[in-house]
Design a protein around this ligand. Sequence first.
Ligand SMILES: *Cc1c(COP(=O)(O)O)cnc(C)c1O
Length: 395
Amino acid sequence: MKRKPSTLLCHDINDSSLYHGAVVPPIFQNSLFTFNDWDAIDNAFNNREHNFIYSRGRNPTVQLVEEKLAQLACGERAQLFPSGMAAITAACLHFLKPTAHIIAIKNMYGPANNLLVNYLSKKMQIETTFVSGCDIHDFEEAIQSNTALIYLESPSSAIFSLQDIKAVTCLAKEHGIKTIIDNTWATPLYQKPLSLGVDLEVHSCSKYLGGHSDIVGGVIIGKDSDISSIFHNEYELLGAKTAPIEAWLLLRSLRTLTLRLQKHQKSGLQIAQFLESHNNVVKVNYPGLSTFDQHELAKRQMFGFSGLMSFKLNTDDINTVKHFVNQLKIFKIGVSWGGHESLIYVPAISYLKEMTDSQFKNMGISLGDIRISVGLEDPEDLIVDLKEALDCISK
Ligand SMILES: *Cc1c(COP(=O)(O)O)cnc(C)c1O
């Protein structure tokens, strides 16, 4: 019987004769595995991909998480990575050759943008055309004879704009182009891009999948043939080994993923609606809001919404923005998101050190754009915290 996500994620071991009936599997914190005789290790090497020989390759704790994530995403197979960026880089390298061309969305995650613009372009003469991605014609017009990859992130970073995933994968298939999507915002629970024709789905596990702000990890999910090649090449050769303890913590986190996301979603919507109603906020970017430009598309291709959003204050005066941020008591100032704790971050803090003013503007954001990750605290407390700080702006 195919199990529903919360049932799948709650159980780790189906055979209670294993590990003395321990309800939580042990951490296989070992670098190597030994064999009884020559033939046993010889046979293991005939199929390195599916045998435990050395933990830079396969490890049982890591494999348990991979199997769970693959099932959750309706994919054939998953490969864990030590970070989301390691997964993104591996997925891109898998599909690319020197002098290829990429189409990517302009609001993609900053370091992934750096990979394309500052690394792949210089090392492999790979050019990227950036599009807004809101209209399928953006992609159509950007296709060149050497386009090898369309890179999506839906919802995107900073402004949470969407791409019509099904439309993009149909277009890509017509032209023999591969597709990758960064699905971190929605998680494999609330969006199933592989079912919409995407070749590889990547995640940072450091966000909702981890959920407790105590691990950094990543994953690629897709077809067995793609993941097999990634395992032998980008995973093993680049030595991107996932630590068993991190995999074990991720397994712990996945047991409560459905519950946590329900709460993030519920509080997220309440807070988005509050922000929208406040006089000192001019715009709220949250795909779950009925007033969000692409809300209809969001409902069509997602099964739920998370708690990450951004909003624009009615000022671009840096001192006022600073004052607002410093007034907050429950929201902590910090990068990353998707954990139990509510966080606030102003992209301008790091973006303006990494890019020119015009590049910054081109991303569709301004100084007064503020990102919040709504955590698992009581939403009423969070609203009071935001209200007090927002009311200060008018004074
Ligand atoms: C954080 C993040 C990443 C990178 O993940 P790490 O685990 O920090 O390497 C990739 N994509 C998105 C959308 C992110 O927010």
